[in-house]
Ligand binder design. Structure first.
Ligand code: CO
Length: 424
């Protein structure tokens, strides 16, 4: 591990870091062994001892044959990152442990309103009716015969970061931002299937209904979803996970997760919104004057530093600041990072690929000198929308809301290196 770090892996970063007047872990640190390495590593809240295998292992793996192939793989038993349940109906993705932009299917956040149903795909049907030329019932096999589409997209629950409205509540980035994940979603374009049944000209909204015990239903304006909505049967190269809607899910890239109806069983075309429970009493935004915003579907641009982040502890020396940014309106074009609580900002490097309506990874080199500081990130998307600070967001929205909190996140680093959530 030390050899990789010292030779090729950091060559690009080294140039950047030197240009910034900092130096990376140098060869002398690395040759000094563990001391040098640990000085620059971020130590998790549980410390290195958390990585302990649940199975026995040989002292020297070159001396004994390894294992045979297995029918369905598992991660190393040394790895411990897990979803954390928020309640009986939600669990959060461990963003602090994530790499790149894809979320492993097993760690994709969950939100369901009456549990995860067990559905036999052979019995599952999608009914399309209402203002159509020919009402039709599709089997999964029918849907898989249509031309396929596939794309990477984030899904974010509009309740992500809701606990931050009233003050700095989350201990970790998993608590504050863990209701967003990115997958490759594969299926058939909604418009392809709607062309097959023939949509009547006066149809302007579509009701989508899930086959779970909540029969989750949302109304969607047809013109806004038709270009990008996918009837998905696969996620990250295999059938959807049950908690992500197996065997069929509507995915609308960039829209609040609740509109991406899981266990999809019905689409009804109509002339207006259907005013379901989940778009009247729920998923509305209560404004300071007592009125409520309804049908706020697009997830606005947002970013967060995932490392260092709440609950971690850093040591003086080189620290690469890493994070994620995303926008429901398109591509992220810029992420800036502040090491002084928002007084000055530095451009981060956006890591390829940078895709529309998809998690985007950013990083910036830094040398922590042991001072008390506040780290922040803010992003800009291709429409020119800039992520607001908390003061600006609260001035516009008040603090009555539950959904759509996208303010700049601040992480305080104390002199002992401990990272915690603050709202300066
Ligand atoms: Co909304």
């Amino acid at each position: 591990m030390t050899i990789q770090l010292g030779s090729e892996e950091t060559a690009g970063d080294a140039g950047r870091a030197e240009a910034e007047g900092t130096t990376l872990l140098n060869r002398r640190d690395l040759l000094a062994g563990t001391a040098g390495l640990v000085s620059a590593m971020i130590v998790g809240s549980m410390g290195p001892s958390a990585a302990r295998a649940t199975e026995s292992f040989p002292d020297d793996p070159t001396r004994v044959p390894g294992k045979a192939p297995t029918p369905y793989g598992q991660r190393s038993s040394f790895e411990t990152a897990v979803r954390v349940p928020r309640s009986w109906s939600a669990s959060l993705t461990p963003l602090q442990d994530s790499h790149g932009i894809l979320t492993p299917s097993a760690l994709h956040f969950e939100r369901h309103h009456n549990g995860v149903p067990t559905i036999n795909p052979a019995q599952h049907r999608l009914l399309i009716h209402g203002l159509v030329d020919q009402p039709w019932t599709f089997t999964l096999e029918d849907l898989k015969r249509f031309p396929v589409v596939s794309r990477l997209a984030f899904i974010e629950c509009s309740g992500n970061s809701s606990i931050e409205w009233k003050g700095p509540t989350g201990k970790t980035v998993q608590d504050t931002h863990g209701l967003t994940s990115t997958s490759e979603w594969t299926g058939v374009a909604l418009k392809t299937v709607l062309q097959e049944v023939g949509v009547k000209p006066r149809a302007s909204w579509v009701l989508a209904e899930g086959g779970d015990a909540a029969a989750m239903t949302r109304s969607l304006p047809l013109a806004s979803v038709l270009d990008e909505a996918i009837l998905c049967y696969a996620q990250n190269g295999e059938p959807l996970r049950p908690e992500q809607g197996y065997p069929l899910r509507l995915v609308i890239p960039g829209w609040e997760g609740n509109t991406c109806i899981k266990w999809l069983r019905r689409l009804k075309l109509g002339t207006g919104p259907f005013m379901t429970r989940e778009e009247t009493s729920q998923y509305t935004d209560l404004m300071p004057d007592g009125t409520a915003r309804q049908f706020t579907m697009v997830m606005e641009a947002k970013s967060v530093i995932t490392s260092p982040s709440g609950g971690q502890r850093i040591q003086p020396g080189f620290v690469e600041i890493r994070g994620l940014a995303w926008s429901g309106r398109g591509r992220i074009t810029e992420v800036e990072v502040s090491m002084d609580g928002g007084r000055t900002w530095r451009q981060s490097v956006l890591q390829d690929p940078v895709l529309p309506k998809c998690h985007t990874r950013f990083h910036v080199p830094w040398r922590w000198n042991g001072e008390d500081v506040i780290l922040q990130s803010r992003c800009l998307d291709e429409t020119g929308y800039r992520q607001p600070n908390r003061t600006t967001l609260v001035a516009a929205r008040g603090v009555n809301s539950y959904y759509h909190y996208n303010a700049i996140q601040s992480w305080h680093i104390a002199a002992d290196g401990q990272v915690s959530n603050v709202q300066p």
